[in-house]
Design a protein around this ligand. Structure first.
Ligand SMILES: *Cc1c(COP(=O)(O)O)cnc(C)c1O
Length: 377
C-alpha cells in the first residue's frame, strides 16, 4: 500500500481561512468572542436566510444541548429522535435527564418516517405522556420529509429540532435545512461539509433565543460587576480563532457543495448498470442535497458481494469507506429505550456503505476508487 489514503471526507481549505485567523492574532482577539465570531454568525445567517438568528458554539453537540434546554426539556421528559443517526443527535437528551424515544426511517430519504412518528406520538399520548420535542436529522445531507413532519409537530404542538449537522446548504422546497424547525443545529467538525476544525451553531427563530443561547454558552453570567449567577451555565462558545476558519470556509461552501454533488453523479454513473446497487439520490425536486456523503445500498443476493466485502476490498487499496450509521435503538448504550418502527434503519445499516465523498477528491482519486470497485464487480 504505497498509494496515499483516500478519506471518506477530509478537511478542504478554500484559501481565505488564514487571513481571518491572522487578523485575530494581529488584533489580539484570541478569545471565545470577537469579530470573527460575530462575522461568522452574520455570514451563516445571510447564507441560510429565513430571518435566522445564529449562535456560534463549540460543537454541534453543544448546539443540540442548548436547543433542548431552550425547548424546556428537563428531567423525565420524553424526546422523540430519529434512530438512524450519529449518536450526538441523541446524547444531549440524556444530558438533560430526559428519555429518548427512537423512531425508524423511510426508504426515500433514509430519514425519520412521518407515519411511524405519528404512531409513536399517539402511543405515548395513550400512555399518558406527551413527547416534548422531536429531533429530525437530514442524514448525509438528504432533507427529511419536512412537510409531513412539520404538520405532525404542529398538530400535536411539539417543538421540532432539526439536526442539520450534515446538511448545511441542503434545501427542502427551496428553504435551507436548519431553518425549517423551531430550532436547527449545524456542525463544523473536521469531516463535515465545511470545518472550523471543531465547532457548531444553533439556528434560532428570534433574537431572544439567540441571546439566551449565548448567555448559557458563556457560563450564564448575570449582569453585575462581580461574577453573579442565577442559572447553571456552560462553556460552549466558539473561539474567535476557529470562527476565522469558518469565515474562510463559507466563501467556498457552494463551490464545495458542487464538488460533492459531482461525486454523487460519479457514483450514479459507476453503478447505473449494476443490478443490486442503489445510490441514495434526491427522491424528487423538493429535495436538494449537499450530498455530504454519497452512500449505496447493496443487495448481496443480486451482486454476489456484501457491503463488508466491498468495504474491505476498498481498504486493501487504501480507500476509506464506512457502514451507514448504526441506528440508536441497536446501540448498547440505548438498548433500554423505546423504539417505534420496523427494520428499515436496521436493514440500511446492514447493507449500506458510505463512499469517499470529499470535495477535495481529485480525478485520479476517483479513477482509483472506480478501479477498486470494478475489481469486485
Ligand atoms: C457531526 C454530527 C453531530 C455533532 O456535531 P459535532 O460538531 O461533532 O458535535 C450531530 N448530529 C449529526 C447527525 C452529526 O453528523
Amino acid at each position: 500500500m504505497n498509494e496515499e489514503k483516500i478519506w471518506l471526507s477530509s478537511p478542504h481549505m478554500g484559501g481565505g481561512e488564514q487571513k481571518f485567523v491572522k487578523e485575530a492574532f494581529d488584533t489580539n482577539w484570541v478569545a471565545p468572542l470577537g469579530p470573527n465570531v460575530n462575522g461568522f454568525e452574520q455570514d451563516l445567517a445571510n447564507y441560510i436566510g429565513e430571518n435566522s438568528e445564529v449562535a456560534c458554539l463549540a460543537s454541534g453537540t453543544a448546539a443540540l444541548h442548548l436547543a433542548l434546554i431552550l425547548a424546556g426539556i428537563t428531567r423525565n421528559d420524553e424526546v422523540i429522535c430519529q434512530s438512524m443517526t450519529f449518536s450526538a443527535s441523541a446524547n444531549p437528551i440524556i444530558y438533560q435527564g430526559a428519555t429518548p424515544i427512537f423512531v425508524d426511517s423511510e426508504l426515500d430519504t433514509w430519514n425519520m418516517c412521518p407515519k411511524v412518528l405519528e404512531e409513536a406520538i399517539k402511543d405515548r399520548l395513550a400512555k399518558g405522556k406527551k413527547p416534548k420535542a422531536i429531533i429530525v436529522v437530514h442524514l448525509y445531507g438528504m432533507p427529511a420529509k419536512m412537510d409531513e413532519i412539520i404538520t405532525i409537530a404542529k398538530k400535536h404542538d411539539i417543538t421540532l429540532i432539526e439536526d442539520a449537522a450534515e446538511a448545511l446548504g441542503s434545501t427542502y422546497k427551496g428553504q435551507k435545512c436548519g431553518t425549517l424547525g423551531d430550532f436547527g443545529i449545524l456542525s463544523f467538525n473536521g469531516n463535515k461539509i465545511i470545518t472550523t476544525s471543531g465547532g457548531g451553531a444553533l439556528v434560532c427563530k428570534n433574537v431572544e433565543d439567540k441571546k439566551k443561547a449565548i448567555f448559557l454558552a458563556t457560563q450564564a453570567r448575570d449582569e453585575a460587576p462581580h461574577y453573579q449567577h442565577s442559572h447553571i451555565g456552560y462553556n460552549y462558545r466558539m473561539s474567535n480563532i476557529t470562527a476565522g476558519i469558518g469565515r474562510g470556509q463559507i466563501e467556498v461552501l457552494d463551490k464545495h457543495i458542487g464538488y460533492r454533488r459531482d461525486n454523487n453523479k460519479f457514483y450514479q454513473d459507476l453503478f447505473k448498470d449494476v443490478d443490486g446497487v442503489e445510490v441514495l439520490i434526491e427522491p424528487n425536486s423538493d429535495c436538494f442535497s449537499n450530498h455530504w456523503l454519497s452512500s449505496i445500498i447493496i443487495d448481496d443476493v443480486k451482486t454476489g458481494f456484501s457491503r463488508e466485502d466491498l468495504r474491505l476490498s476498498l481498504l486493501e487499496d487504501n480507500i476509506e469507506s464506512r457502514p451507514l450509521w448504526k441506528p440508536m435503538h441497536l446501540q448498547p448504550v440505548f438498548k433500554d429505550c423505546d423504539y417505534y418502527g420496523g427494520k428499515v434503519s436496521e436493514n440500511l445499516f446492514n447493507d449500506g456503505l458510505c463512499l469517499p465523498s470529499g470535495s477535495n477528491l481529485s480525478d485520479q482519486n476517483r479513477e482509483r476508487i472506480k478501479e477498486s470497485i470494478l475489481k469486485l464487480l
